[in-house]
Design a binder for this molecule. Structure first.
Ligand code: GLY
Length: 356
């Protein structure tokens, strides 16, 4: 896979002009959703490189990360006369960068694409590392390919457009990066005044968040460069996600939750397993769980929901054979991939989640 450049931009128009000029193309396509078309596209639409650009719009939110939306994008690309030498820009959150990356990676066997993430979640996670795809058959990201963007351009001024829930959603992935990185990084995240971000959106709080965001992206960049196709180390990024994806799919049937909230709840379950199975220190687990409880609240489940949650965990892409695969920690920064847990252990962890 080609390496991926991540550019932190202070001036998106100039950075984008430069990135587009470096990537020879005959046609330029821009994928947006209904929200980013209105809120973010105007920031770049007057650029000279964008004069000839053709815009494709899909519905906003994860409910549109479907085969139907993908088919719509492919049809538009075809009708717009895109060729193998065209270039795609994905301007949006993780749904747009994942689906757009997949559309670009498969159209005429693949055209280059540039990601411009507009949410915290997509800046720290989705847009970096070449995972592209769509949801299918009720399962998240079931169909997709690994293929790096030509580059990812991060401009934190977009964070000012986000509400507090969307800031928190991205922050859960940052917390995960802190846990798999080191104690100093983890402590900095726990002590950050996250409550003020996205509610007042002051320059100071966004600037401080930008510093933590750069640290977080560096953790992800390091891991995906070492292991682009998730044969080993990249599985570290799955911490919190086995239970988290189950919570997220479960919530689709009740009241959908943002991805990062599901990951935060998944971290509670999996940090408990870390304590029981791999010796993670109890005090650090409690501190992290208290932080999550304070900021993310809790999604209500009962023990009647356990069989369905376990069934969802059994369907997880990360499994091999019949066991349920987890990434656990022996301590902060002490990554233990390819761990399994019995149904009884997982039920105990779900009891802990309900009671904490
Ligand atoms: N979101 C986890 C990964 O990119 O591997």
């Amino acid at each position: 896979m080609k390496p991926q450049k991540v550019i932190f931009s202070q001036n998106l128009p100039t950075t984008l002009e430069q990135a587009v000029s470096e990537c020879a193309h005959d046609r330029l396509l821009v994928l947006v959703d209904e929200t980013t078309r209105d809120c973010c596209l105007p920031v770049v639409s007057n650029l000279s490189c964008m004069r000839e650009a053709q815009v494709i719009t899909i519905g906003a939110t994860d409910t549109h990360k479907t085969l139907e939306s993908l088919s719509h994008v492919w049809s538009e690309m075809q009708q717009m006369g895109a060729t193998r030498h065209s270039l795609m820009i994905n301007l949006g959150g993780g749904m747009v960068t994942d689906l757009g990356g997949f559309a670009a990676s498969t159209f005429k066997r693949g055209i280059p694409y540039i990601n411009i993430p507009t949410t915290l979640l997509s800046m720290v996670d989705a847009s970096v590392g070449g995972k592209t795809g769509i949801n299918f058959g009720g399962l998240k990201n079931e169909i997709g390919v690994f293929n790096n963007a030509h580059c990812v351009i991060i401009d934190t001024t977009f964070l000012r457009t986000l509400d507090h829930e969307n800031i928190l959603s991205g922050y859960a992935e940052m917390l995960k990066h802190g846990l798999i990185d080191n104690e100093e990084h983890w402590a900095e995240l726990l002590n950050n005044p996250i409550d003020t971000i996205g509610t007042i959106g002051t320059i100071d709080t966004i600037d401080h968040l930008s510093h933590l965001l750069a640290k977080s992206v560096a953790v992800k960049q390091h891991i995906v460069t070492e292991d682009p196709t998730e044969k080993g180390l990249r599985k570290a990024l799955n911490l919190g996600h086995t239970a988290g994806h189950a919570f997220e799919s479960y919530a689709l049937k009740h009241k959908p939750v943002l991805h990062g909230y599901a990951v935060a709840y998944g971290l509670v379950v999996e940090l408990y397993l870390c304590c029981v199975k791999t010796g993670f220190p109890q005090d650090k687990m409690r501190q992290t769980v208290n932080f999550i409880k304070e900021h993310y609240g809790r999604m209500t489940i009962t023990c009647d929901d356990y069989p369905y949650l376990l069934e969802l965990m059994h369907h997880d892409k990360k499994n091999q054979g019949s066991g349920i695969n987890f990434t656990l920690l022996g301590g902060i920064g002490d990554i233990r991939i390819n761990q399994t847990a019995t149904e009884e252990e997982i039920k105990d962890a779900l009891d802990f989640y309900r009671e904490y």
